[in-house]
Design a protein around this ligand. Sequence first.
Ligand SMILES: *[C@@H]1O[C@H](CO)[C@@H](O)[C@H](O)[C@H]1NC(C)=O
Ligand SMILES: *[C@@H]1O[C@H](CO)[C@@H](O)[C@H](O)[C@H]1NC(C)=O
Ligand SMILES: *[C@@H]1O[C@H](CO)[C@@H](O)[C@H](O)[C@H]1NC(C)=O
Ligand SMILES: *[C@@H]1O[C@H](CO)[C@@H](O)[C@H](O)[C@H]1NC(C)=O
Ligand SMILES: *[C@@H]1O[C@H](CO)[C@@H](O)[C@H](O)[C@H]1NC(C)=O
Ligand SMILES: *[C@@H]1O[C@H](CO)[C@@H](O)[C@H](O)[C@H]1NC(C)=O
Ligand SMILES: *[C@@H]1O[C@H](CO)[C@@H](O)[C@H](O)[C@H]1NC(C)=O
Ligand SMILES: CC(=O)N[C@H]1CO[C@H](CO)[C@@H](O)[C@@H]1O
Length: 500
Amino acid sequence: MLVSALLSCIASASIQVHALSVSVPLGAFSNTSSDRWTDWAGTTAKNEFVLNALSNLASFTGQPPRFRIGADSEDRTNFQPGLNLAELSFSPPSAATPYPEASSVIVGEAFYLAAQNLLPAAFLEAGAIADAFNSFPASSRLVLDTIEIGNEADLYTSNGGRPANFTIVQYVPQWTSFASNVSATVPIGANTITKFWGGAFAGSDHSTNGFSPQGLFNNGILATAPGMLIDTISQHVYSGSGLGCGSIGACIQDMMSKNFIRGNLSQFIPDIATTKAQNLTYVLGETNSYFNHGSANVSDSAGAALWALDYAFFASSLGIERLYFHEGVGYKYNFIQPVTLNTSINDGTPLPEPLPPHIQPAYYGAIVAAEAIGKAGGTSVSELSLDSDTMSGYAFYSNEGQLSKALFINSEGFFTSSGTNRTSIHLDLDFTGTGQSPSRMTVKRLEIGHADDTSGLTWGGQTYETSDALVSGMLSVETINIGDGLDIPATQAILVTFDG
Ligand SMILES: *[C@@H]1O[C@H](CO)[C@@H](O)[C@H](O)[C@H]1NC(C)=O
Ligand SMILES: *[C@@H]1O[C@H](CO)[C@@H](O)[C@H](O)[C@H]1NC(C)=O
Ligand SMILES: *[C@@H]1O[C@H](CO)[C@@H](O)[C@H](O)[C@H]1NC(C)=O
Ligand SMILES: *[C@@H]1O[C@H](CO)[C@@H](O)[C@H](O)[C@H]1NC(C)=O
Ligand SMILES: *[C@@H]1O[C@H](CO)[C@@H](O)[C@H](O)[C@H]1NC(C)=O
Ligand SMILES: *[C@@H]1O[C@H](CO)[C@@H](O)[C@H](O)[C@H]1NC(C)=O
Ligand SMILES: *[C@@H]1O[C@H](CO)[C@@H](O)[C@H](O)[C@H]1NC(C)=O
Ligand SMILES: CC(=O)N[C@H]1CO[C@H](CO)[C@@H](O)[C@@H]1O
């Protein structure tokens, strides 16, 4: 199969119209459930493994990833002054949920102080934590970016948080009352860095009288005093339950397929437009592949690396400025497992021996995304129109609008059980626009044995599956004449850098 990609090699006004700024790490990573937050950050000592895994991303983009501390567990969190760290209660583990979320959390000051162990300039969101952030020395460059009040309030009627008649009409004044009080203590104001995120709903009905950005705005939230301090609307989304798609292979193929990703994200197009019309930022404040911590042997498969890449950049092309991938301890969809695990993440059975901290395949998606964005700042990305159900492509432009890189993802699944020869798609590149077309390209491959593998991926021949999360192995890239085109096997992504 021959796919001809039309790349624009130079800045022209018409190209920039479709380009989207991704000057912050997008898809790069990550958030964590607050109940296990201190496992991630470390407490008095840093978690070196996590720090290395985050530093790898920062080394590509020049910016450390942002964290959103807390999710639904925050709704079950109480504050107890003087308490050392956190007291957690967990429901018993089960085969389906080997690593449950805490059913109740009591935190003390030290819980949020753990944020000091992050990389410099990480941006954080959390509950009532101003004191922790105020106590950090200026040299830490840690900034409390955002406070969010309430998690997935659209589900409160079904989880007992509010009566059945609770609607967006009651929600807005209740949020405003909480937010007024929070902004008096944190503080949050027109001249502070810290702002509010609005929304954080589990779904969106896209209407002006439902839980949606449209519903928030129509009910006057932005005209309230704390509402004026909202700078971002956050949406949560998962790609369904990951059950009922059939075999493991069918679920992996679903997850990473081009149409599935586009179908799942395109529903938010009107919400993004409404939000941007208010000059607010739109983010996916909580997302990952399948909800309930991922689907066994699917969310932790190599296919998830391709899913994460295509998902992040397609989201970006719709105007979604950042994605916060939900992470915990032992969750199937984690990019990073921050601590030693003793039971299987897939079915809760005891592991023959403890499994030290490690990265999971989706982490490679974050690495490739970080390298594609690069550290120059002001990078913009636009999706390439490819006449293919299995190949997606994105072009990256420098701040000056110069074509710099392209990313291609072949999401046709090649499985352990495929029993056929691996297919491959040949790409020939054409260039449109004015200016000098590049003549050569450097190609770096994300090589995957099979879509259902859970390890053994390499990026440019190198692995991140090491005891300290630092890259290992010899870098291997190819230099190819543009005129020769290139082949991309099934279940592989490649990053092309254009040289002269
Ligand atoms: C919602 O139902 C409760 C009873 O559960 C009632 O007290 C309240 O007035 C109702 N609120 C609205 C806005 O209808
Ligand atoms: C905010 O503070 C006021 C004054 O103390 C109090 O009446 C109100 O209940 C508080 N709002 C919330 C949501 O706790
Ligand atoms: C995502 O797409 C799949 C396949 O079309 C669909 O089953 C699922 O409901 C979608 N999820 C969302 C949140 O739209
Ligand atoms: C958004 O910003 C533009 C440019 O600064 C301004 O003209 C417009 O009035 C703003 N819109 C809103 C809703 O604030
Ligand atoms: C996941 O894969 C492991 C190893 O192949 C297998 O033992 C387990 O039964 C699988 N779990 C599910 C839910 O398919
Ligand atoms: C696994 O066991 C080790 C050693 O007992 C312990 O330190 C660690 O916390 C356990 N991991 C989890 C996730 O509970
Ligand atoms: C795979 O390719 C080899 C060499 O081209 C060929 O001999 C073989 O028949 C192919 N196998 C299948 C299952 O198509
Ligand atoms: C991973 C996680 O905690 N997901 C929760 C988020 O929200 C969905 C529904 O919106 C819940 O079912 C999940 O438990």
